[in-house]
Ligand binder design. Sequence first.
Ligand code: SAM
Ligand code: SF4
Ligand code: SF4
Length: 353
Amino acid sequence: MIPLPGTGDATVVRDRFNRPLQSLRISVTDRCNLRCQYCMPEEEYSWLPRETLLTFEEITTLTDLFTDVGVDKVRLTGGEPLMRRDLPRLVHRLTKNRRLKDIALTTNGILLGDQAQALYDAGLHRVTVSLDTLRPERFRALTRRDSFQQVLEGIETVARIGFPQLKLDTVAMRGFNDDELAHLIEYGIRIGAEVRFIEYMDVGGANDWSADKVLSRAMMLKSLSQRYGIIEPIIEQSSAPAQRFRLPDGTTFGIIPSTTTPFCSTCDRSRLTADGMWYLCLYAKQGVDLRQPLRAGLSREDMLSRLRSVWQSRMDRGAEERKELEQTGARGRLIGIEKLREDPHLEMHARGG
Ligand code: SAM
Ligand code: SF4
Ligand code: SF4
């Protein structure tokens, strides 16, 4: 008997490298109210046409199918997910799926002050806020917007409401915020959040990534241990991308070393864009259109077998391949700017980071 969506045990499907499909990042919009230099530096992009955006009902239906093949964690992202109107309504719909153990949100925080309570009431489990600096003038230079205070208010609202496991994600960049690592950790301690430092990645193509802007895990650990003393790695079994560490006073923090030490061999993540394209890797140049068959009324069994067969043939290991290019000095821009302008899916903000 075929179980109803969201009930019973799902059979986990595995790819060519035996990696399970367990986590899905759902981008709910490609629009954003910031223009972070490392992600979306241009003012205008070719945006996804409105009529192609998945409705909440379609997102829920696709999520139910994904949980039938093993997904048990979703993360709502974007663009800026809180720019999608009525997001708590989507969260509430997703909470009906009993196979989802984790429903998380990644946001830049600007609209959290207004929306955090409604998201909590709707059943959202966890929030991660991206925060790269504690200096208003740096925030303005990085994001080209003046919203620093709103971000802090948003973070503090989440902390006050009592969401468990609040995280702050910081893209660590050499020559930009390398002098703020300790300040960010200490801000995290004050508000009860764990900070995770992400190495700057060469995704998309409009940003001006270069190897000398990457603050590597080794550099971060060196600088933090000069300030705090011995830093211990925390040994844990987890498919989460962050490696966690403990300072001598017990404070924990994470590093996501995507650029210098890719973790593709354990990657269980894939991404659904706001218009229903399924990407098997952050660096994938092509995705699988799920909107078209969904709107054409393909049967549930056929949709499931499509999901299974696509994942079973997956061989993506984008970050490792990018790293291998370094040996021949061929690591350059992933995608040319002209190509980016033609295809809105290729940028980080369309596929959700
Ligand atoms: N707008 C939301 C936010 O900023 O949290 C969600 C979408 S954003 C694309 C998701 C994450 O991707 C953010 O934490 C952002 O810092 C990260 N990101 C974007 N571009 C990046 C890059 N080039 N290298 C590393 N992380 C990046
Ligand atoms: Fe910045 Fe997130 Fe917007 Fe990208 S999507 S520009 S990381 S706020
Ligand atoms: Fe997974 Fe691709 Fe990122 Fe590697 S680069 S960890 S395969 S999403």
